[in-house]
Design a protein around this ligand. Structure first.
Ligand code: LHQ
Length: 265
């Protein structure tokens, strides 16, 4: 599949996906979702790629679903669309693939992130946002519920009081507020966000990828596990990490007082 709605680039161990419909504020179409899934599969299939960077072209990160798409729009009097299908066939598999990708994912929120666009960003492991960017759970403005993991992650990230208000009031919050609330890792200057995010992605591409993949998997599983179940899971995953080449290298480098060279396995 050649890409029309995104850009995909591989360099220095990093796969960079850029949402690329800048005149539509990178609003999401079914085509874009298919391309995003394809891009994730491409990154996962290349063992040289050890981190993923997601960002947007132009002044926005992503305005969420393209509301001009007739298959999902519901004007007064017209036929009612099946949004459930759009989620189960389009957004949900993408969000799951992003979350389950066995490498760190970094999102550079270069501008406004609204609706599903906000929740796609928040599904990444480390989120940087330009100081001018805003996060908007826009769904209530058009009668919908937060999707793409929003109603799952927001209460867990923020607690119910802030999650409910963000979703019900559909008011934008600044990158600084998102950082203060712990919704994102940090707000950075607009003119350095891409550089900072790329530097971070390249650094993570040199990290012990297998251990990081198990770390994100364990943290996600913690939402559903009892303490006893989770301690057992940690023991299992630490067993896997302990058998990795990177653990052997980490110990050798520590003993030899040098920087480790991790290969990601
Ligand atoms: C857009 C959009 C857009 C099309 C700006 N679509 N054109 C899942 C499953 C199925 C169905 C439904 O939804 C979902 C999940 C969702 O994501 S629902 C939430 C969908 N997103 C929204 O409701 C956000 C709508 N957009 C906005 O509220 C604003 O545009 C934001 C706050 C993002 C940016 O505001 P401004 O910076 O003031 O820009 P603008 O509003 O002037 O937009 C610029 C252009 O982009 C404009 O087109 P034009 O031809 O007039 O220049 C907009 O119509 C277009 N655009 N968002 N989602």
């Amino acid at each position: 599949m050649s890409f029309e709605t995104i850009l995909y680039e591989e360099a220095e161990g990093v796969a960079t996906i850029t949402l690329n419909r800048p005149d539509k504020l990178n609003a999401v179409t079914a085509r874009m979702l298919a391309e995003l899934k394809q891009a994730l599969a491409r990154a996962a299939a290349n063992s040289d790629i050890r981190s993923l960077l997601l960002t947007g072209a132009g002044r926005a990160f992503c305005a969420g679903q393209d509301l001009s798409d007739r298959t999902v729009s519901a004007g007064s009097g017209g036929a009612r669309p099946d949004l459930s299908k759009s989620l189960s066939e389009g957004y949900n598999p993408f969000i799951l693939s992003l979350i389950e990708l066995e490498m760190p994912t970094i999102c550079a929120v270069n501008g406004v992130a609204a609706g599903a666009g906000a929740n796609m960003a928040l599904a990444c492991d480390i989120v940087l946002a330009a100081r001018s960017a805003k996060f908007l759970q826009a769904f209530a403005k058009i009668g919908l519920i937060p999707d793409s993991g929003g109603s799952y992650f927001l209460p867990r990230m923020l607690g119910l009081p802030r999650a409910r208000a963000l979703a019900m009031l559909a008011e934008p919050i600044s990158a600084a507020r998102a950082e203060e609330w712990g919704l994102i890792w940090k707000a950075v200057d607009d003119d350095t966000i891409l550089l900072e995010a790329t530097t971070l992605a390249r650094k993570l591409a040199q990290a012990p990828t297998l251990g990081l993949a198990l770390t994100k998997k364990a943290m996600l599983a913690s939402y559903d596990n009892s303490l006893a179940e989770h301690l057992a899971l940690e023991a299992e995953y630490q067993g896997q990490a302990g058998r990795s080449d990177d653990y052997a290298e980490g110990i050798s480098a520590f003993m030899e007082k040098r920087d480790p060279v991790f290969r990601g396995k």
